[in-house]
Design a binder for this molecule. Sequence first.
Ligand code: SF4
Length: 68
Amino acid sequence: MNLKIIIMKPRVNKEKCIGCGYCASVCPEVFELGEDGKSHVKEEADLEKNKNCIREAKEGCPVGAIEE
Ligand code: SF4
């Protein structure tokens, strides 16, 4: 059987994000702070390659703004 692992693209809840920069520092290939001072997910992010740091960002976000 050919099982494919589907990795959900994370989302940043901008209502909650306080722009602390933690996610962008632990997982810079996926998260970056935008001009609005809030984090967002880069379009071209390689989710498979970065799955561990995505989890780290999600668990470490002080306000729980990263959702999957
Ligand atoms: Fe926003 Fe959370 Fe990232 Fe901090 S860690 S910039 S609060 S999403």
